[in-house]
Design a binder for this molecule. Sequence first.
Ligand SMILES: Nc1ncnc2c1ncn2[C@@H]1O[C@H](COP(=O)(O)OP(=O)(O)OP(=O)(O)O)[C@@H](O)[C@H]1O
Length: 314
Amino acid sequence: MKAVEVAGLGRDFVSSGHRVTALDRVDFTVDEGEIVALLGENGAGKTTLTKILATLLLPSRGTARVFGIDVTARPEEVRRRQSVVFGGERGFYNRLSARENLRFFAMLNGASPRGLRKVVERSLESVGLSDAADRAVQTYSRGMRQRLHLAIGFATDPSLVLLDEPTIGLDPVEAARLRAQISALRDRGVTILLTSHQLLDVEELADRVVALDKGRVAEDLRLADFARKAGFAATIKVSGSGAPPGPGTYRAISLRSREHTEGVWTVELAVEEWSTTSLGEIGALLDGCAVTTFEVTPARLEDSFQRLYGVGRP
Ligand SMILES: Nc1ncnc2c1ncn2[C@@H]1O[C@H](COP(=O)(O)OP(=O)(O)OP(=O)(O)O)[C@@H](O)[C@H]1O
């Protein structure tokens, strides 16, 4: 069974007398245990879609199902299976401790009083907040708050988590820690629909990307296929001594730069796709050269996005 199944989904708003179509004929699915990233420019429709799945907003047309349950017809059942982690500064009782907040929200989200203590301790532990659990949340840093949001979201063992911008505003160390914690939580088999503008989150966490553009699905691709679609798999920097490689004509690789000073040469190649053709061409280019270093840098999601859409997306 699919964790999420969206078919022909549409949502209109009326704003100052004008109709705005936020979502239009959106179709996509998420498999159980998958992490799918929902990308798109501001206003593309991500929040509207997430809110419909979270049962906070009704669709104008089409259907959305979570584990086969229709979000419009049986919202309570959907809510029992999923958690929504919107993050941010709000959503806690600031004067209460993290442990008290967790206990309260876990109960509110349906955790049974029996075994609650264990759930709370395990959740605090899973996000590294055990030592600070008795401090009032108002003393928490932004990163700690995000971790507490995660702990609350995952405490009731949901089958699906809707995760919105988990690392926004965090420093790189804290963001990396949070990603590691999301990865670990995912290993419990939870399905995650992740909304993020941070391509590093997407690159490290997502199996697949669904990109929305003006309310429609513009891309639905496995992460690895982005590089292929962008026609760019890696860059290779090679240096050596003696005679440099000649220019040549190639199909699957292209020469980005070429330097030759004081008997040392360096060339930079872009590899469009890993194939026998590109490997053969690299071999032909470097044939007879005295290579001293060979550095391969796989294409980052950001490079692929820039090649496909230009700067500024998602
Ligand atoms: N309550 C509303 N009333 C009128 N228009 C709305 C309403 N909510 C959303 N919209 C419009 O629907 C479109 C999609 O908005 P949405 O918030 O879903 O986009 P988003 O992809 O989440 O953007 P962002 O990345 O900025 O959060 C936008 O044009 C927005 O202005």
